[in-house]
Design a protein around this ligand. Structure first.
Ligand code: FDP
Length: 343
C-alpha cells in the first residue's frame, strides 16, 4: 500500500537519501549526491518554467536537436541547468541528453565519478508555451569498469542496469518521483522552504484500469493489434470488454505517467506506419527506460508490445521504441495481442 506523509512527519529528500545510504545500504555517498544535485537542478528548472512569459524564455530557440525537433528556449535552458549542476561534483563519468547529439564529457578540471547520467531535460516541450505540465526525466547507470573517457558505447546498457530513475513534473505543484530500485517515492517541492519533503512512499499502480492514454489522431497509421485493442476499448459496454473506458492525453509523457502512477491507467505510444524508419516516437534511454523502471517498481508493467522495455539492448543513444506501460493487466493484454500477431 502506498502511504502519504503528513507535514508533522516531514522527511526531506536529503534525509530520505541519507537513510537509504545509512540504514538500507541501497546507495553510496556519490549516488546520494548525484540525486541531490539533480533535484537541485529540477528546482531551478521549476523556477524557470514557473516564470512563464515573465522569464523571457518562452518560444523557440531557433535550433534543432539531433532528432530534428525544434528546440524551445526552455529546452536549452533546462539542459544547461542540468549540465552546470552536475559536471563539477565528482560523482559522474559523463552525461547524455536528448538535447545533445553526443555524450557530454566531464571537463578535465573536475574529478570523475562512477556514474553516467542520461536525461530528457524538458519533456513535453510542445506544451511549454501553453502553460501545461512539462517535466524532466532522468536515468542513472554505472560507468563500465575500466572506462576513463566514456563515449556513446558506455551508455548502451539495458534498462535493467539502471541504479536509479526519476522524473519531475512542473505542474500546479512540482513533484519529484524517484526509484532507487526499492519502490517508488514522491517528493513535493515546498516553494517557501525550497526543499523536497517526502509526500508519498511506495506508490502502487492498480493492476486494473478503465483509463487509457494515446494520441488517437494516429489511428490510421497503427498496426492491426493496436487497432484491435483500441477498438475493443472504444466499444465499451457493448464490446468484448463489457465496460466503458475513458481517455486522457496530456501529450507530456511525464504528466500522463504521473497520472497513471497516481490512479492507474495505460500509456501507449505505439510503433506506427507514418514513418516506418522510426519504431515509435519515444526515446529508449531517457524516456522509456526510466519510466519503465519506475512503473515496474510500482507494480505495473512496461513493454514494447513484444518484450519488456528494460530488457531491450540499446544500439544507439537516441534510439526510439514503442511504449506500452502502466496497469499490469492492460499492458499484458495489449502485449499478448501484439505477440499473437507476430506468432
Ligand atoms: P514532446 O514531443 O512535446 O516533447 O517526448 C516526446 C513527447 O512530447 C512526450 O512527452 C509526449 O507523450 C509525446 O511526445 C506527445 O506526442 P504527440 O505530439 O504525438 O501527441
Amino acid at each position: 500500500m502506498s502511504s502519504s506523509t503528513s507535514s508533522s512527519a516531514r522527511i526531506s529528500l536529503s534525509r530520505f537519501l541519507i537513510e537509504q545510504q545509512r540504514e538500507k545500504g541501497h546507495i553510496n555517498a556519490d549516488l546520494r549526491l548525484l540525486i541531490e544535485v539533480v533535484a537541485r537542478a529540477c528546482k531551478r528548472i521549476s523556477i524557470a518554467v514557473g516564470k512563464g512569459a515573465l522569464g523571457g524564455a518562452l518560444g523557440s530557440a531557433g535550433t534543432e536537436n539531433v532528432q530534428g525537433e525544434t528546440q524551445k528556449k526552455l529546452d536549452v535552458v533546462s539542459n544547461e541547468l542540468l549540465l552546470e549542476a552536475n559536471e563539477w561534483g565528482g560523482h559522474l563519468a559523463a552525461l547524455a541528453s536528448e538535447e545533445m547529439d553526443d555524450p557530454h564529457p566531464i571537463p578535465h578540471r573536475y574529478p570523475k565519478g562512477e556514474y553516467l547520467l542520461v536525461f530528457d531535460p524538458l519533456d513535453g516541450s510542445s506544451n511549454i508555451d501553453v502553460n501545461i505540465s512539462v517535466g524532466t526525466i532522468f536515468s542513472v547507470l554505472r560507468c563500465p569498469d575500466g572506462i576513463k573517457d566514456p563515449d556513446e558505447s558506455a551508455f548502451l546498457q539495458p534498462g535493467t542496469k539502471q541504479v536509479a530513475a526519476g522524473y519531475a513534473v512542473y505542474g500546479s505543484s512540482t513533484v519529484l518521483v524517484l526509484t532507487l530500485g526499492d519502490g517508488v517515492h514522491q517528493f513535493t517541492l515546498d516553494r517557501e522552504y525550497g526543499d523536497f519533503p517526502l509526500t508519498q512512499s511506495n506508490l502502487r499502480i492498480p493492476e486494473d484500469t478503465s483509463e487509457f492514454a494515446i494520441n488517437m489522431s494516429n489511428i490510421r497509421h497503427w498496426e492491426p493489434p493496436m487497432r484491435r485493442y483500441i477498438d475493443e476499448l472504444l466499444a465499451g459496454k457493448t464490446g468484448p470488454r463489457g465496460r466503458d473506458f475513458n481517455m486522457r492525453w496530456v501529450a507530456s509523457m511525464v504528466a500522463d505517467v504521473h497520472r497513471i502512477l497516481t490512479r492507474g491507467g495505460i500509456f501507449i505510444y505505439p510503433r506506427d506506419l507514418k514513418d516506418p524508419s522510426k519504431p515509435g516516437k519515444l526515446r529508449l534511454m531517457y524516456e522509456a527506460n526510466p519510466m519503465a523502471m519506475i512503473v515496474e517498481q510500482a507494480g505495473g508493467a512496461a513493454t514494447t508490445g513484444l518484450q519488456r522495455i528494460l530488457d531491450v539492448q540499446p544500439t544507439q543513444l537516441h534510439q526510439r521504441v514503442p511504449v506500452f506501460l502502466g496497469s499490469r493487466n492492460e499492458v499484458e493484454r495489449v502485449t499478448a495481442y501484439h505477440r499473437e500477431a507476430t506468432a
